[in-house]
Design a protein around this ligand. Structure first.
Ligand SMILES: *[C@@H]1O[C@H](CO)[C@@H](O)[C@H](O)[C@H]1NC(C)=O
Length: 404
């Protein structure tokens, strides 16, 4: 009796094992098939194959030899690089860690002068070389000498002449009130600047506009040194919200890019760029002040692929896409949270918006900014923590803030 029962139980167990084995096997097969089909759905493009080295119509001139060169949008490391020769006014750079760059027309001479005076004062402990890109209207020797004097003879200064092409792309009707120069400026800062040979001499570049004034009472700690010591790739000071009118189609275009390279929106991207129901937050880094590793926008293959895709699309000219949203989308997607920071240990003013260093408020802030309120017709807006809007801008306090 006992034995028979035993046998029955054994047979039962055996059936069970076979049953579970079959279930397990079929589950495994389905899963690996699913994986295969998912994989076959997403084969990432090789970014290096997507970058077209256009021999652009844009040109730049060497300030010593006078020779003009076609401006390539791709920087190719040469085996035997001929170093770019620079005509430095005042003094030659002592260090090539960083360069401060402007793109300036003569029409903005006065604000450029103010911007340089602020730099000269705040960086007096450690003057950094400054390069002013222009279209020939700052070639005059008297103009150059007067700006060199504004800086004082410890700050190296150079002028780099460039030539924009006549873009064949017509801006959309909504954007025709902008001068053609404005669109060129956007393209210049989006992808052209890092491939200019002057930049190859330096590790970091610091972009400022003619209406960008850094401010504070005392000389500040050198931001390039901080970037290098803390392994920071990109730094900014203010965040803003872009106008919907200036980002037409950019959101879906970026998602197209993500799909092409089988990328999922990163956490940083989702937290700062995505709003309700996967819509665009329009939050932008205020890129009129930006310090970046030169190599970032020049050698990073995915960033290059994105910038070339944007350039090829023509949206900079057609829709007035700015370098701010173009850079913000890709930086939030690819750069890790501790390598992208907001510098808050000095104040900054751009046109009519300003912020003082972290902790400088009220009377003290007013004393620092008042001399810069030079236009009686302008209403100046104080942004207490450097963000517009002050609350509800997802970029505002997301990245580490350096307050020293
Ligand atoms: C700049 O970026 C490149 C990679 O693109 C990296 O190799 C280099 O270490 C970075 N430089 C600094 C100073 O962080």
């Amino acid at each position: 009796m006992t034995r028979i029962r035993h046998n029955k139980r054994n047979r039962y167990c055996c059936l069970c094992i076979i049953f579970y084995f079959i279930i397990g096997c079929s589950f495994f097969i389905t899963k690996s098939n699913l994986n295969d089909s998912l994989q076959s759905k997403c084969l990432p493009k090789n970014p290096d194959n997507e970058i077209v080295d256009r021999q652009d119509e844009w040109e730049y001139q060497n300030s010593i030899t006078g020779q003009w060169y076609h401006w390539r949008t791709v920087y190719k490391r040469q085996n035997n690089p001929t170093e770019w020769r620079v005509n430095w006014l005042n003094v030659a750079p002592k260090s090539y860690l960083g360069v401060i760059v402007y793109l300036a027309p003569y029409g903005e001479f006065k604000s450029l002068q103010t911007s340089l005076a602020q730099l000269s004062h705040l960086l007096s402990n450690n003057p950094r070389p400054i390069a002013i890109f222009h279209e020939g209207d700052l070639s005059d020797n008297n103009i150059q000498q007067s700006l060199a004097q504004t800086l004082g003879n410890h700050t190296p200064l150079t002028f780099e002449r460039i030539k924009f092409s006549n873009s064949p792309i017509q801006p959309g009707r909504a954007h025709r009130r902008w001068s053609p120069k404005y669109f060129h400026m956007c393209r210049f800062f989006t992808l052209m600047l890092p491939s200019h040979p002057l930049l190859t001499l330096f590790t970091f570049y610091w972009r400022l506009d003619t209406h960008s004034y850094i401010l504070g009472q005392k000389p500040i700690k050198d931001p390039f040194d901080i970037m290098k010591k803390r392994n920071i790739q990109y730094a900014f000071t203010m965040a803003n919200i872009d106008d919907e009118l200036h980002t037409h189609g950019l959101w879906s275009f970026f998602h197209e890019f993500l799909k092409e390279y089988c990328l999922k929106p990163s956490i940083n991207f989702r937290e700062t760029q995505t709003s309700w129901f996967n819509s665009y937050s329009f939050a932008i880094i205020y890129t009129n002040f930006a310090i970046a590793n030169v190599s970032l926008f020049r050698d990073h293959s995915l960033i290059q692929a994105w910038l070339h895709k944007v350039d090829h699309n023509g949206g900079i000219y057609r829709y007035r896409w700015g370098d701010a949203p173009i850079h913000t989308l890709i930086l939030t997607q690819l750069i890790s949270r501790n390598q992208l920071v907001r510098l808050r240990y000095f104040g900054y003013m751009h046109r009519n918006e300003y912020v003082c260093a972290n902790g400088i408020k009220g009377y003290l802030c007013k004393a620092q900014t008042k001399p810069l309120f030079t236009d009686p017709k302008t209403t100046y807006h104080y942004q207490p923590d450097g963000c517009n809007p002050s609350s509800g801008n997802p970029l505002c306090h997301y990245y580490p803030e350096i307050i020293l």
